[in-house]
Design a protein around this ligand. Sequence first.
Ligand code: FES
Length: 59
Amino acid sequence: MNEDDIICPCTGVTARDVMDAVKNGANTVEDIEAATSAGTVCGACIQDLEALLAKLKTK
Ligand code: FES
């Protein structure tokens, strides 16, 4: 995945935005939602957020 890839089309939140949120302490999908608003519209990206979060946590 490219950092500029939009992970949540509803809000235009990119993978980088999610990475920044995790860097700043987001630890759950709910934290990412609160920090970026990704996942708060239709919810279709929740699985992608979970997958990205899991990947970031293993680093
Ligand atoms: S794609 Fe993320 S809330 Fe719709």
